[in-house]
Write a protein that binds this ligand. Structure first.
Ligand SMILES: Nc1nc2c(ncn2[C@@H]2O[C@H](COP(=O)(O)OP(=O)(O)OP(=O)(O)O)[C@@H](O)[C@H]2O)c(=O)[nH]1
Length: 324
């Protein structure tokens, strides 16, 4: 089915929401660099997305965001970019990408509306063609706000033709503008029926990646305890308050802002954690930042504060807040 100009799919679902089976599954967006994958992911998940990566136990793939709907849950996962392999490492990376593609429930192939289909797109499309037929492939023509409707129509036809040429049967061809929010909702609605039936995989409203925040907190706690374990055995707890991608960064230079608080039990412990002229805290910051960057694979700005939470170990309310 080719969707060319539906401004909204509201009312087009055959079943009433109450009757439709709940669906859940994984999707990944592929496409050459700058095709608009990240922007589209954020638009689908909504503005509340706090962190854009995770490694939950259920999957080895990095979760970019979770789309919660009454009828479905769509988990958007990330893959490293696929490219023409020039080295053995490149080949290995491409193997990883193919494995991911084989494991997700639906693949969205992003092609910018404002650029002619080029060798990079063809290379990826060629790989998609090799993939098992049962994985639905949706062609997403992105950045539609940048072109005239004539140019968009031409691009939709070109994408349709590309599929025919390579033997890919597009489950849908959907034009969207992630920055304008145009047809993003429609895309979600078209992706849902392509998912298998199943219950929600993540708790409702879970847009952030709790396991990852816990891991980050643990890395900070480790660094904070380094060398002072004897002085502060169990008196330190770390809470990651917020992890947010810094806005307005160029796509190739992302930065993740991590705000965390180191809780201690008594004011007298502050000096130990902070050190003379803040030297220790600085070290704790730079050591844990390096570890967090290695864990998340993205540059990080770490904002670290020290607070006294009096007798937190004996206070159930504080303990809950501190994640115990
Ligand atoms: N006008 C317009 N620009 C867009 C849209 N979607 C993305 N862009 C811009 O296109 C550029 C690339 O977008 P990204 O979402 O970072 O693309 P990507 O495919 O994730 O890129 P890589 O991470 O390099 O693979 C950014 O400057 C975006 O702001 C859109 O719908 N309209």
């Amino acid at each position: 089915m080719v969707v060319m100009n539906a401004s909204s799919a509201a009312g087009t679902t055959a079943q009433a929401p109450g009757e439709a089976p709940h669906r859940s599954g994984f999707a990944c967006f592929v496409g050459r660099p700058n095709a608009g994958k990240s922007t589209l992911t954020n638009a689908l998940v909504g503005t509340k997305v706090a962190i854009t990566s995770n490694r939950p136990q259920t999957t080895r793939h990095t979760v970019r965001g979770v789309v919660h709907r009454p009828d479905a849950q769509l988990v958007l996962v990330d893959t490293p970019g696929l490219h023409k392999p020039r080295t053995l490492l490149g080949e290995r990376l491409n193997d990883v990408v193919r494995t991911t593609w084989a494991e997700v429930d639906v693949i969205g192939f992003c092609l910018p509306a404002d650029q002619k289909i080029g060798p990079g797109d063809r290379f990826i499309a060629g790989e998609l063609a090799e993939l098992k037929k049962s994985t639905p492939k949706v062609a997403v023509v992105t950045k539609t706000d940048l072109v005239t409707s004539e140019a968009l129509a031409a691009q939709l036809i070109a994408v349709d033709r590309l599929g025919k040429e390579l033997g890919i049967e597009w489950a849908e061809i959907v034009p969207v503008s992630a920055t304008e929010g145009s047809q993003v909702e429609l895309l979600a609605e078209l992706l849902v029926p392509l998912l298998p039936e199943g219950p929600a995989l993540y708790p409702d409203g879970d847009l952030t990646d709790e396991p990852e925040q816990v891991m980050v907190a643990e890395l900070i706690r480790e660094a904070a305890l380094e060398g002072v374990r004897d002085e502060l055995p169990h008196s330190i707890a770390v809470v990651v308050e917020e992890m947010l991608p810094r806005e307005g960064r160029p796509a190739d230079r992302p930065l993740l802002d991590v705000h965390a608080t180191v809780f201690i039990e008594r004011p007298s412990q502050k000096g130990i954690v902070i050190g003379p002229k803040g030297k220790r805290l600085k070290e704790v910051g730079s050591t844990s930042r390096r570890h967090i960057e290695a864990l998340l694979g993205t540059p990080v700005y770490l904002d670290l504060h020290v607070k006294v939470a009096k007798d937190w170990q004996r206070d159930p309310k504080q303990l809950r807040r501190l994640g115990f």
